[in-house]
Structure formats: structure tokens, C-alpha cells
Write a protein that binds this ligand. Structure first.
Ligand SMILES: [Zn+2]
Length: 265
């Protein structure tokens, strides 16, 4: 179901929320699986060994995000094509025999969409998604397609063995700002109860239409485009079969802090 609304009129009023609820209620709801391999907490603990090929990963979904063996760049999957965005700024189509230590995918079927006209910050867009009739208790695939005034991204750097925990790898990543860029953001809006299993809140990766730049999205201003949301009701988690995973500390006391530091700076 598609509606058109200027963001400044959209959905922050009681009436807007009621309309959004009506839309959500009348969408055909079917069970929909989100698949992930490994855990965010394992990545935080330095489990960067690839445990699954992209060929196998794509069998579980045509859309999503993740990272590569040894933390060698950000992954974005659009229409079954995995792209590798490295810290040197390169963007390449990843090959199916490459390995991932962590990725989340789904077969993206938009259940709600909203047209955006006029500049909208990341915070405004996030609040718009909140008012689209989504629940805090489900997962959602999130696809944002459009023209951006600017998008700032960062990219993880390939690590050498023995792998350090993620908190020691992300602090020196440069944030790159791409001006006047058009492309697609893909990712997930994940419930709070999933913190550590995945990244609670909105987590999206970006690649421009020419596949010339992108990365893990830090911030942006969107000029126009479409936000699409795909309801996920079922979460399937595949745990790595490795000694490193067996011995990992997956529930540190500062887990919440670590996830925030790694993914939201
Ligand atoms: Zn990311």
C-alpha cells in the first residue's frame, strides 16, 4: 500500500498515527522470515572468521547487509547482488564463494511504503518510520531509495589475526561524506530485545546507483525518494560451528555500550 505525503505533514499527529495504524491493519500480514548468520555480540568479540559463503547466504534472502571474512568491508545485498564496500573507497561485486562472519538477509517484500518529498534528516526519517504503523516488537527490512543531499558513511577495515575485539577496530575509521548522491540504503529496524543478537534500532548500509561509493550509514539528508518497509515475523539465527565461537564471550556486562559504540558513531 502506497501513500504520498510531505514529511512535514506526515504522521506525527494523532490523526496521522491513526491513519498509519489503519494502513498497517489492512495490509495482508503473512509470516516472513529474517535470516542471520552469527551474532552481533560474536562480531564484537572478534569472531571475524567467515563461516558461510555468500552463495549459501543468498539462498536465505535477496536483500540485506553484513560484513566479510576478516571484517574486510561492509556488505549490502540488493536484488540478490552482494556488494563489497572497502575502507579504501572501492566498491566491487562480491563473488559467491566469499565468506561472511555476520550477515542479515530477507526476501524483501514491501508491506508499507511512503514517498518523501523535500529534505528530511536521518532523525526525521526515523521518526517517520516510527509513525508508519510499525511495532517496536517486530523486525523490519528497511529500503530507502532516492536522491540525497549528502550521505556520510564509514567502513570497517580488514583485520589481521589474532583478531582484536571490534571496539579496537572501529575507532579510527574515517567518516566519508558523499555530496549529491543517488542510491539505495538497505538494512533493518531491529527490536530492543534483540540488542546483541543484532543491532537494536535502525542499521542501514548505502551504495549509490553507479556503485562508486557507500558504506555503513552514519547520517544523511534525503531530498526525495521512497521508504519501504518489510515486516519480519520470524527470526532464524545460524550459529557458527567454530572453536572461536564456542569460546567467545557473548554476554559482556557492557554489551549495550559496545554495540552502540561499534554501530552508531
Ligand atoms: Zn553496518
Amino acid at each position: 500500500m502506497t501513500t504520498t505525503a510531505r514529511h512535514d505533514q506526515a504522521d506525527t499527529t494523532t490523526r496521522g498515527r491513526e491513519k498509519a495504524f489503519e494502513r498497517a491493519r489492512h495490509s495482508p500480514v503473512v509470516r516472513h522470515e529474517v535470516f542471520q548468520t552469527s551474532l552481533m555480540s560474536a562480531l564484537l568479540d572478534g569472531i571475524y572468521d567467515g563461516d558461510m559463503t555468500l552463495a549459501e547466504l543468498l539462498g536465505h534472502g535477496n536483500f540485506g547487509l553484513g560484513t566479510f571474512e576478516a571484517l574486510d568491508g561492509e556488505m549490502i545485498i540488493l536484488d540478490s547482488v552482494p556488494w563489497q564496500l572497502r575502507v579504501d573507497g572501492s566498491v566491487t561485486r562480491a563473488s559467491l564463494d566469499q565468506l561472511t562472519p555476520f550477515a542479515t538477509v530477507t526476501n524483501f517484500v514491501p508491506t508499507l511504503s511512503e514517498q518523501v518529498n523535500g529534505p528530511m534528516t536521518r532523525a526525521e526519517l526515523s521518526s517517520l518510520v516510527d509513525h508508519l504503523g510499525v511495532s517496536a516488537n517486530y523486525l523490519y527490512g528497511l529500503r530507502i531509495t532516492g536522491d540525497f543531499e549528502w550521505v556520510s558513511t564509514r567502513t570497517v577495515r580488514r583485520q589481521k589475526r589474532p583478531f582484536p575485539p571490534m571496539s579496537q577496530t572501529t575507532s579510527d575509521e574515517p567518516v566519508v561524506r558523499h555530496e549529491h548522491t543517488s542510491g539505495v540504503m538497505a538494512g533493518f529496524r531491529t527490536p530492543l530485545f534483540e540488542q546483541g543478537i543484532n543491532v537494536a534500532g535502525c542499521h542501514v548500509h548505502y551504495v549509490d546507483n553507479e556503485h562508486s561509493h557507500g558504506g555503513h550509514v552514519v547520517d544523511f539528508v534525503m531530498n526525495s525518494g521512497v521508504i519501504e518497509v518489510c515486516l519480519g515475523t520470524d527470526l532464524r539465527v545460524r550459529l557458527p560451528l567454530s572453536e572461536a565461537f564456542q569460546d567467545a564471550d557473548l554476554a559482556p556486562n557492557d554489551l549495550d555500550q559496545q554495540v552502540r559504540a561499534a554501530e552508531h558513531h
